[in-house]
Design a protein around this ligand. Structure first.
Ligand SMILES: [Zn+2]
Length: 329
């Protein structure tokens, strides 16, 4: 019999919900809702419940056909209690998501964080399949990573291992959202790149990207890609600079951890091939010869769906022997 679960990727800008066939990672049905204007626990919970009901209808399944529900949250969570401790992007704190959803659907609910579920997705059905020692790095609004060692995710002593976005690449450098200065994500995240482009335009630099921008239209990944294709000087310069910083972060990971593969995901990596190529080429040059001699780079294979597939597989992963041997926080 086929095994189905619901996977939910609860991010700061969107809630992606999918009905997933756990045997092969196939998405049976999925729905995306914006979270932006509906911050606050009540509205978020309401949207999640609605999304679950909608994917079941679209996938022609009943709640009794699914095994469980897995959710990955962009924030700090308590894995055992299933509580969202703090998610500033969602305006949620101390939200017992597990209890609320278990009462609503009478199904087991598991909670993870956003990077964790995307890493599990890539581990089971993506670029990390058949790999034992790898790091998944996601470049988005911020930069986060999931560390896999001998087939297990490393959570660290207090559950925050993998905060690669806060590796310091420039002492006393640009301010970062964490309160520190000079962190990698203040140089190579999508947000950092957008800030650089907007700042340069305000100073009067000319760029091809101006043709796509309007007052209320933010910079989109597709605009960055088009500008690079048109060999726009400003955007190329800013992406080159971001690549140097990202490569420094990647080289540090290669030297420190000696993984067999680094998987790079997130919208910018997926859509802007130049950024991926440039960063990985420089990382290989910048890292030590022995750990970098056989290092492989790959793009996340499941794209936007890494998270929901991983969320649907949370129970599978946590029921595995490897997860239970760890002291998971
Ligand atoms: Zn930081």
């Amino acid at each position: 019999m086929r095994k189905y679960s619901i996977g939910i990727d609860l991010g700061g800008t969107k809630i992606l919900t999918a009905l997933v066939n756990k045997d092969n990672g196939e998405i049976v049905s999925s729905i995306k809702k914006k979270t932006k204007k509906d911050k606050g626990p009540d509205k978020i919970v309401h949207k999640i419940i609605k999304s679950i009901k909608e994917v079941l209808i679209e996938g022609k399944k009943e709640i009794t056909d699914i095994e469980d529900i897995g959710i990955g949250v962009a924030g700090q969570i308590d894995r055992n209690k299933g509580i969202v401790i703090n998610a500033p992007n969602l305006d949620c704190a101390n939200l017992n998501l597990k209890e609320i959803l278990e009462q609503e659907f009478n199904k087991k609910v598991l909670i993870g964080n956003d990077v964790e579920i995307a890493t599990i997705g890539e581990m089971y059905f993506g670029a990390g399949k058949d790999k034992k020692d790898f790091v998944c790095i996601f470049v988005g609004t911020g930069i986060g990573s999931g560390i896999v060692q001998n087939g297990e995710i490393r959570y660290g002593a207090t559950g925050t291992a993998g905060e690669i976005g806060h590796i310091i690449v420039d002492i006393g450098g640009r301010p970062c959202g964490c309160g520190g200065c000079g962190c990698l994500e203040a140089y190579a995240s999508r947000l950092a790149i957008e800030k650089r482009i907007i700042g340069a335009l305000k100073k009067g630099r000319k760029s091809d990207i101006q043709n796509y921008l309007t007052e209320d239209k933010p910079i989109k990944t597709s605009m960055i890609r088009k500008s690079l294709e048109n060999k726009d000087e400003l955007v190329t310069q800013i992406i080159n600079e971001a690549s140097e910083y990202l490569a420094s972060g990647l080289a540090s990971v290669i030297n420190f951890y000696n993984p067999e593969m680094i998987i790079l995901g997130g919208g910018l990596m997926d859509a802007v091939g130049y950024f991926y190529e440039k960063s990985t080429q420089i990382a290989k040059i910048k890292s030590l010869p022995t750990p970098s001699c056989n290092i492989k780079f790959a793009k996340a294979q499941l794209g936007d769906f890494s998270g929901v597939i991983g969320a649907a597989l949370l129970s599978e992963y946590r029921n595995s022997k490897i997860y239970n041997t760890e002291n998971n926080t």
